[in-house]
Design a protein around this ligand. Structure first.
Ligand code: FES
Length: 161
């Protein structure tokens, strides 16, 4: 089925396009908008929509989607947890945080809890190196993490109905 944006999202698309010198430059924010409007994943239909609206080839848009970790090619859980694994976070314990998340959630990186609530991922640097180790949950950063803080965040996600 073809993908389409709601009237409200169409307005946001126009607002995004107005901020960039050309349509190609708006590819990433437009993809984020469409991903959010499509249950947090980028289907082939979303790629075709973005390509058509921005005057790009589907191969170009697919290349952008597969290059960046924050675009999902499959429907994720209700909440997404990205544990940063790049140098600053790695030096400050991101590996043990990641292992703890796997244990608490009962899934490996890339997996989704059986109840569909949480998908666990790793990410490259999220530009919060000064507050490493950190993770992003949906659109919120959690910084200077401890195992206790990770437990608090995961408890809240798992309680969410
Ligand atoms: S290395 Fe983790 S935010 Fe930069």
């Amino acid at each position: 089925m073809a993908f389409a944006l709601s009237a409200e999202h169409e307005k946001e698309l126009e607002r995004i396009l107005s901020r960039y010198p050309n349509k190609m430059a708006a590819c990433i924010p437009v993809l984020h908008l469409c991903q959010d409007a499509n249950e947090h994943w980028v289907s082939d239909e979303v790629i075709a929509f973005v390509a058509e609206r921005l005057g790009l080839s589907t191969a170009h848009v697919a290349g952008v989607v597969t290059f960046y970790h924050l675009f999902n090619r499959e429907k994720p859980g209700k909440h997404q947890v990205w544990v940063c694994r790049t140098l600053s976070c790695a030096l400050r314990g991101s590996e043990s945080i990641l292992r703890h998340c796997e244990k608490r959630l009962g899934v490996h990186v890339g997996g989704t809890t059986p109840d569909g609530k949480v998908t666990l991922r790793t990410s490259e640097c999220l530009a919060s190196c000064g507050s490493a180790p950190m993770m992003q949950v949906d659109k919120t950063y959690h910084e200077n993490l401890t195992i206790e803080e990770v437990d608090r965040v995961l408890d809240d996600l798992l309680k969410d109905s």
